[in-house]
Design a protein around this ligand. Structure first.
Ligand code: MG
Length: 143
């Protein structure tokens, strides 16, 4: 697969279902935060995000946030109620934090996905780390 293409594309993170994760043998889901799991302006996790994280967990999938956002306190505050690890200032497309997460939690690249909205950071970081890149559209407010 070319580095220019995501391995799968979705409209929104909710389309990445527990059933699909099981089918694809995903154990570790590395997720971008801004414009992937939330609108940039959201201060607290939306209900649909909390539900989705819970669904992933029930499907036996670990979710870890890997964000380029450098606002550590804001990131910690956002991720705390979700009870998932979060990495800030990840400097994607560098692969360092993706590799570290796989090592820290003991997962192989073959059972890992990087989910994000940007080719130049998320998709490339996935390719450099040797994991599958799944792309969502830049998140929009649902009206
Ligand atoms: Mg993003």
């Amino acid at each position: 697969m070319s580095i220019f293409h995501a391995d799968k594309k979705f409209e929104r993170f909710e389309d990445v279902t527990p059933k699909l994760l099981k089918q694809e043998k995903v154990k570790l889901l590395l997720c971008d935060l801004d414009n992937t799991l939330r609108l940039h302006s959201e201060k607290e996790p939306a209900d649909e995000l909390a539900d989705w994280i819970e669904d992933c967990r029930s499907a036996g999938v670990m979710v870890v946030i890997i964000s380029n956002n450098g606002r550590k306190k804001m990131m910690q505050k956002f991720c705390e109620p979700l009870q998932i690890p979060c990495v800030w200032w990840a400097r994607k497309p560098m692969r360092t934090k993706l590799i570290e997460a796989m090592q820290d939690y003991n997962f192989k690249p073959s059972e890992t996905i990087m989910l994000g909205d940007k080719w130049s950071t998320d998709v490339l970081a996935a390719k450099f780390a040797g994991v599958r890149a799944w792309k969502v559209d830049h998140r929009k407010k649902v009206v």
